[in-house]
Design a protein around this ligand. Structure first.
Ligand code: PCA
Length: 183
């Protein structure tokens, strides 16, 4: 890490003791899990920082029920666009719960970002984390998608999206993933 870069980050994003989380899927504004962030923003446990994109290429793919997954295979795919939030410890715990961190659905890992728009912050970079597909199925998910990644999870990718409560309840999230991968 270059010292000058740290200073640039702090000048743009004063996150304090809050976590910086890059959202690329259903947590984004106007997508199905955004109400959690709205809740957190109401109580001051989350703040929208702005649109960002990944500094490196990453695969962004859809899995079962059109659930989006960022795969921790840097160099493959495209720069991925999303939204950056700062969140409190309490907010982060709720997001980790939603993303099944302790159930091996997703894993929260560091990612490097660049501002997606706005020339005035073009020199700044931010060190943040994102929810990646768990490593136990990431490579298979990439192959299953024909090694074609999206640049952005947009409205057209949500066609066919099935909310968690509307999925067969006798199967776990990981069961759905296994079925999708072996289909
Ligand atoms: N929610 C998280 C990870 C994938 C998803 O749908 C997000 O939006 O970043």
């Amino acid at each position: 890490m270059v010292a000058g870069r740290d200073i640039a980050v702090n000048a743009v994003i004063d996150a304090g003791d809050r976590a910086l989380i890059f959202t690329y899927g259903t947590l984004k504004r106007n997508f199905s899990n955004h109400p959690l962030l709205q809740d957190l923003m109401r109580t001051g446990d989350a703040t929208f920082i702005g649109p960002y994109r990944t500094a490196a290429n990453y695969p962004l793919v859809c899995g079962p029920y059109k659930v989006p997954f960022l795969l921790n295979l840097p160099g493959s795919g495209q720069p991925v666009h999303g939204e950056l939030y700062s969140v409190s410890a309490r907010g982060l715990a709720r997001m980790d719960d939603l993303e099944g961190i302790d159930r091996n659905h997703y894993e929260r890992l560091p990612i490097r970002l660049l501002p997606a728009g706005g020339e005035e912050v073009a020199a700044a970079e931010a060190e943040v984390e994102a929810y990646f597909a768990h490593r136990s199925y990431a490579m298979e998910m990439w192959k299953k998608n024909g090694k074609r990644g999206l640049r952005c999870y947009s409205e057209k990718e949500t066609i066919g999206y099935v909310k968690r409560k509307d999925r067969p309840q006798n199967l776990t999230f990981l069961d759905h993933i296994r079925n999708f991968l072996s289909d």
